[in-house]
Design a protein around this ligand. Structure first.
Ligand code: GAL
Length: 742
């Protein structure tokens, strides 16, 4: 019977490449837990070459007779990069890619008692391995940064299962394809049970059958299924297939979640279950401050929640590599559509490099083909030149592996060879001029329309820090508004995916000189900038009312002491503004300039301000109140002070319960607020953070508020009571209490 245990605890770690055979060699080495970042990075201003080294991990596996009798397989979900696995000093396997999983079948190297597993990795950006070989605008953090598990199998295992639903809008059917792997010769037929489980985990259909001796791949169809609930963005219903080997000698089970949904990219847009759905997306890197890629499930899932629930996006692109399975699981659960792509950034290497990239296409698709959320495979190296032969192969391979999803391949050049099913383009045309997005035919160079998706915009065209001045924030917001509106205006454009979710660390060749690209709609701690409200304000006001005046409400923040134009991002029908004792005035969404948005912003400027005293130099500065209406009702209001005083240190703790020893972490967001609960954007308070011994603070213990706010994560180790203490100069100390469970 398959028996899996997570192998994240009790690893030894050292810099350099050290394949040792004796346990004595481990004495004195650092004891660490997986997920692990080989080299922590400062928040900014670091020398990325410190990551370009080799590192070694060791772990001891104790084997009894039963384990020796069965087949032992270690699964690595993500190791960057060029991992080589040794057992008792003998090389067992290697895997060069840093983003896809691999197995090490270790049985034949094992002996009774303790066995030493050694994994060497190389952070050197070896140009033989994608994405390396050219410049890259992000950091590739070395480490064993996703889960490791050990599974005991009998002579045969179910290696993978693919659930492909078809004709779901008429007569749904499901094909379940199973692949077996034989570890040792096995000379008899196997009895297999395939079950379809409904969302309540009840068996909806099943079939028993026999697999002939030695057969590795078999398919089974469930036809004419009735009462199937479709997976969609609003109601993401998930089913499961369960495949079980029920032989007296061999037992194994494999469960895969999937959804019944119909997807179609056509020249007039994207259709989900037969209905046109405009894609509004964001690009996500998988990095976090200080610890790079090494974050556990709760942190990964939080990103998906922020994207879907706080900002209201319906699509995310996993720029520029396959991301954590737990992130994709959350996208499945949230109804968040995914564009997943292979590792790469502009550079294409030689034939051997290209073959590795094709291996990545296969590994990505075979890992993720059951995710309902994934609606397109990215099979080009992001923004690379055309390469007919390579990309014909990557497309053919993707289609052969999965004929239920279209291919895309992200480019930034016009008239590129169209080999994919969807023409996907990074469109950064918006600068100071009038053109907001290119016409799809201008991009494709074709005389007819084809399925078309904008995969990046904004980003480096207008880098913005969360604490940049108000005038800069307004322009940042305006650019996001304009592209979003333009993408909605042209029905040939399936949607647009903005660059990007949060600021990220990068190489010296990019960013603001401090190794950060300030391209996010939120900062590295996922604390939103004003531009995030461009998207959040498109949500249904009954789900989440949004009222975000893009202002710090000061007399002299902007050049020439201007207050106009004032953008208000809101999903309210109208906003009433009252300044001090003046009479209030109503302002309305700008339906003329932003006709395609569900909730256009309100823009107050010299055309519509009339004699309302918003602006004008020289009068007394007063508090302002914004009241947002839906119909006759005020659903949200905001009071901005004319004289903000530090009044409250707001601390949001993501959860008070963590799990021990599994990289479980809680995010803490700290905001300095004034007497009306508004952030104090220029308060540079210094904080001292300390934690109980069973928590690790990820990052330094002395923090400075940036733009009135800062974040950090704490990671749980031993079970028990836990606490976080925050001391500040301007506010009273705060202590937060958590529980870490076994
Ligand atoms: C694109 C690239 C992204 C990022 C972005 C910055 O060219 O695909 O990875 O670098 O520019 O705006």
């Amino acid at each position: 019977m398959r028996n899996t245990r997570i192998l994240n605890q009790h690893w030894w770690f050292q810099e350099g490449e050290h394949v040792v055979e004796s346990f004595a060699d481990l004495s004195g080495l650092a004891n660490i837990e997986i997920p692990h970042n080989a080299k922590d990075t400062p928040f900014n201003y670091f020398d990325e070459s410190m990551l370009h080294r080799s590192f070694t991990y060791h772990h001891i596996i104790s084997c009894d007779q039963n384990m020796l009798h069965d087949t032992q397989v270690i699964n690595f979900e993500g190791v960057l990069a060029n991992a080589v696995v040794y057992v008792n000093g003998q090389k067992c396997t290697s895997h060069s890619d840093g983003y896809t999983p691999f197995d090490a079948v270790i049985s034949r190297y094992l002996t009774l008692g303790d066995n030493l597993i050694t994994v060497t990795i190389d952070g050197a950006e070896n140009e033989e391995i994608p994405p390396f070989g050219g410049a890259i605008d992000y950091i590739c953090y070395p480490g064993i940064y996703r889960n490791v598990s050990l599974t005991s199998y009998n002579a045969v295992r179910i290696q993978n299962v693919k659930a492909s639903a078809s004709d779901v809008l008429n007569t749904p059917s499901l094909q379940v394809t199973t692949r077996l792997q034989y570890f040792s010769s096995f000379n008899s037929a196997l009895s297999v049970l395939v079950e379809l489980l409904d969302p309540q985990n009840k068996i909806k259909a099943y079939s028993n059958f026999t697999v002939n001796n030695g057969e590795t791949i078999f398919s089974l169809d469930f036809d004419n299924l009735t009462d199937i609930e479709l997976w969609d963005t609003e109601n993401p219903v998930l089913y499961q297939v369960r495949v079980t080997i029920v032989d007296p000698n061999i037992k194994d089970i494999f469960v895969a979640k999937f959804g019944f949904r119909d997807i179609n990219f056509s020249p007039d847009g994207f259709y989900l279950n037969g209905k046109r759905l405009q894609l509004v997306g964001v690009n996500r890197h998988q990095s976090y401050p200080y610890v790079g890629y090494a974050m556990g499930e709760r942190a990964q899932r939080l990103d998906a929640d922020i994207i879907r629930n706080e900002y209201g996006f319906n699509m995310v692109r996993t720029s520029h590599y396959p991301q954590a399975p737990c992130f994709l699981d959350r996208c499945d659960e949230l109804g968040l559509l995914v564009f997943e792509e292979i590792p790469g950034w502009q550079h294409i290497g030689d034939k051997a490099w290209q073959q590795r990239s094709l291996d990545n296409v296969k590994a990505m698709i075979e890992r993720d083909w059951n995710h309902a959320c994934i609606v397109i495979w990215g099979v080009r190296i992001n923004e690379s030149e055309d390469n007919s032969e390579f990309y014909q192969q990557s497309n053919a391979l993707a289609r052969e592996l999965d004929d239920t999803r279209p291919t895309g391949g992200v480019r930034c050049i016009e008239n590129s060879e169209f080999l994919e099913d969807v023409y996907t383009m990074n469109d950064f045309i918006l600068g100071d001029g009038e053109q907001v997005l290119r016409d799809p035919r201008q991009v494709t160079g074709l005389d007819h329309d084809v399925p078309y998706l904008v995969t990046e915009y904004a980003g480096h065209m207008y880098p913005t820090k969360r604490y940049d001045c108000e005038a800069w924030q307004s322009e940042h917001v305006m650019r996001h508004l304009r592209v979003l509106n333009a993408s909605l205006a042209d029905k040939r454009i399936s949607g647009a995916i903005s660059w990007c979710l949060f600021d990220y660390n990068t190489h010296r060749d990019f960013g603001s000189g401090d190794k950060v690209c300030y391209h996010g709609i939120s900062d590295m701690f996922r604390i939103p900038k004003f531009a995030a409200d461009v998207y959040g304000s498109q949500l249904d006001p009954h789900i989440k009312p949004v009222l975000s005046p893009v202002t710090y409400w000061t007399r002299g923040e902007r050049p020439e002491a201007a207050t106009l134009p004032l953008i208000i991002l809101t999903n309210c029908d109208r906003v009433e503004i009252k300044i001090g004792d003046s009479k209030s005035a109503f302002f309305y969404p700008d339906k003329k300039n932003f006709a395609h948005l569900s909730h256009p912003p309100i823009i107050i400027d010299h055309n519509n301000v009339g004699d309302f005293p918003l602006g004008g130099w020289g009068y007394a500065w007063s508090d302002v109140e914004f009241r947002g209406y839906c119909g006759q009702q005020v659903i949200i209001s905001k009071l901005l002070s004319s004289s903000p005083i530090p009044s409250h240190l707001n601390v949001e703790l993501q959860t008070t319960v963590l799990k021990a020893h599994c990289a479980d972490s809680a995010r803490v967001v700290i905001k300095a607020l004034d007497q009306h609960g508004q952030i104090l954007p220029y308060l540079d308070d210094i904080l001292n953070v300390s934690t109980s011994d069973n928590l690790q603070l990820l990052g330094p213990s002395q923090l400075v508020l940036k733009g009135g706010a800062i974040g950090f994560w704490v990671r749980a180790y031993e079970a028990g009571e836990a606490s976080i203490c925050i001391d500040s100069q301007s506010f009273a100390s705060k202590t937060l209490f958590l529980k870490v469970l076994d």
